[in-house]
Design a protein around this ligand. Structure first.
Ligand SMILES: Cc1cc2nc3c(=O)[nH]c(=O)nc-3n(C[C@H](O)[C@H](O)[C@H](O)COP(=O)(O)OP(=O)(O)OC[C@H]3O[C@@H](n4cnc5c(N)ncnc54)[C@H](O)[C@@H]3O)c2cc1C
Length: 500
């Protein structure tokens, strides 16, 4: 019998993981990527001998990668080394106060005590209260397809009992009193595009994921991990087509028939998995001829709420700054928390103040830069393209303010030591990565855009079309998109079994 053909659009973590999973069966799997290099948001940039992770830097739940290598009877550790990052984060407030944490309770207690001794008990209570979120939210619900409303209804009482209707910030504040510590334990949703003041308290599980399996960094950077996955896919017989942008997903009588490539060629497939941003998939890759398309248009253009975007500067430094309290992952909170988040997510306004994440990978892996040099990236959350900001005009001033703060508080003379630089902004996300409104993380993960309410992993309107990645269930972040790959894998196998 002729092998079924599966076409995967996009080589983000979600697309690659799905392609690998499907290649472990008797299927012909083709992965199409518009860029000459893989990874999507996790692409790597090189400037001379300096290496930069373009996007994700924090690796949690490493066993999810082990699973992919095991599908080809290989050991992940023989293909790519994960280095432990400890402490997990160095967090600073605007006055330079510094909180660090890891999974070691006595160490974290000592750190908390520096701010408010009574919050040590609160922290233990917070962990206890968040435990069911982790078990229910990650270990159980994250692997459910949520294609049917009934599945959602059956878990609703549980969600209410867990206080999933509360925001992460409110949930944390119930246990922790110090304002700075509240921020330190509720910033995590920002890493998946969520507003901590609005996102469901279920996402306190992110802190528990870090605690359960640690924080890691792939030796050689995220690019090495992406390359290892591409290699694995090819060893398994998968086909990868770079510099091949998809123009349309072709359909007939409500079922996918394949792809129309931008160069005009056609590719026939039995199944299509889109790892492109979900709103882009429905609004731009499908034909706009039927009622289903109008339904999607209403949903994605009118009724969906979107995550923020990002500006990221990549700096190659001709010096290693050592005398400072910075570590591998650093978060510097601006003078305002709630107000700034409101400006970014709700008013879509570029405020004068900002918070930032500073990535210094050479603290864990010196090979990321030439000896005695350093590579750093500075990430500032900004509004998505609903803001209509002219980024070409806004960026120089923002960069000036950002580098000034780093220079003043952490790395004196920073600007003099930048030998190469690159910057990405919402235009990059919109035009290079094809994300709707230039978001960094697709749809915002609040309760009414989660689980059954989030775009499903199997299209309701086009048979044979599946969705994987940040915009679909369970959501953004590497663990989330790897879970979505697991779900799509199972759905396609079920579909094949039923059609036999
Ligand atoms: C700056 C930044 C930092 C982050 N930090 C972290 C972190 O530390 N830890 C963490 O867990 N998560 C982090 N995230 C989130 C995480 O990176 C993403 O959720 C995840 O990588 C998204 O993967 P994805 O599978 O959705 O695919 P994407 O990365 O969105 O890839 C989609 C791919 O599809 C391709 N494509 C789109 N349209 C077409 C088309 N028509 N034809 C062909 N190809 C197409 C794109 O070029 C792209 O390669 C971060 C995100 C960003 C942006």
């Amino acid at each position: 019998m002729k092998k079924k053909v599966v076409a995967v659009i996009g080589s983000g973590f979600g697309g690659l993981a799905t392609a690998i999973r499907l290649a472990s069966h008797d299927l012909e799997v083709h992965l199409f990527e518009k860029h000459p290099d893989p990874g999507g948001r996790a692409r790597t940039f090189h400037m001379d001998e300096f290496r930069f992770d373009g996007g994700p830097t924090v690796l949690t739940a490493p066993w999810m990668f082990d699973e992919l290598f095991e599908l080809a009877n290989q050991e992940r550790s023989k293909n790519i080394t994960f280095l432990p990052v400890d402490p997990f984060y160095h967090i600073f407030d605007w006055n330079g106060r510094n909180f660090v944490y890891n999974a070691d309770i006595p160490f974290v207690m000592e750190q908390i005590r520096k701010f408010r001794a009574s919050d040590t008990d609160g922290y233990l209570n917070l962990l206890k209260a968040a435990e069911p979120m982790f078990e229910k939210g990650f270990l159980q619900l994250g692997q459910e397809p949520f294609l049917k409303l009934n599945t959602m209804l059956s878990i609703a009482p549980n969600l209410l009992r867990l206080r999933a209707h509360e925001s992460v910030y409110r949930f944390v504040s119930r246990h922790i009193e110090d304002n700075f510590l509240r921020m330190c334990f509720s910033f995590h949703p920002l890493f998946i595009g969520g507003n901590p003041l609005r996102v469901s308290s279920i996402y306190t599980m992110i802190h528990l994921i870090e605690r359960a399996w640690g924080v890691w960094y792939p030796k050689g950077g995220m690019g090495q991990l992406i390359n290892a996955l591409v290699q694995l896919f090819q060893q398994m017989g998968g086909n990868i087509h770079f510099q091949t942008e998809i123009q349309r997903i072709t359909t007939q009588h409500g079922r996918v028939t394949g792809l129309l490539l931008k160069n005009g060629e056609k590719f026939s497939a039995d199944y299509v998995v889109s790892n492109a941003d979900v709103p882009t998939t429905y609004l731009s890759l499908l034909e706009d001829r039927d009622r289903a398309w109008r339904h999607h248009r209403l949903r994605y253009e009118r009724f969906s709420r979107y995550s923020m975007s990002l500006v990221v500067w990549y700096f190659a430094l001709n010096k290693k700054f050592t005398n400072n309290p910075l570590g591998h992952h650093n978060i510097v909170f601006g003078p305002r928390f709630g107000g700034l988040i409101h400006d970014i997510f709700v008013s879509h306004r570029l405020a004068e103040d900002f918070s930032m994440y500073i990535h210094l990978p050479t603290r864990t892996d010196p090979s990321m830069a030439p000896e005695a040099h350093e590579t750093m990236y500075v990430l500032v959350p900004v509004p998505n393209q609903l803001s209509n900001i002219d980024w070409y005009e806004a960026l120089p001033r923002l960069e000036e303010r950002v580098t000034q703060v780093i220079d003043q508080h952490f790395m004196p003379g920073l600007k003099r030591h930048i030998v190469k630089r690159r910057v990405i902004d919402p235009n990059y996300f919109e035009h290079e990565l094809n994300t709707y409104l230039g978001t960094g993380f697709s749809l915002e993960p609040h309760l009414t855009q989660s689980a059954w309410f989030r775009p499903h992993n199997a299209s309701e309107t086009v048979k044979g079309l599946y969705l994987v990645g940040a915009g679909t269930h369970p959501g953004a972040g590497i663990p989330g998109v790897l879970l979505s790959a697991k779900i799509v894998h199972k759905l396609i196998l079920d579909d094949i079994e039923q059609s036999n």
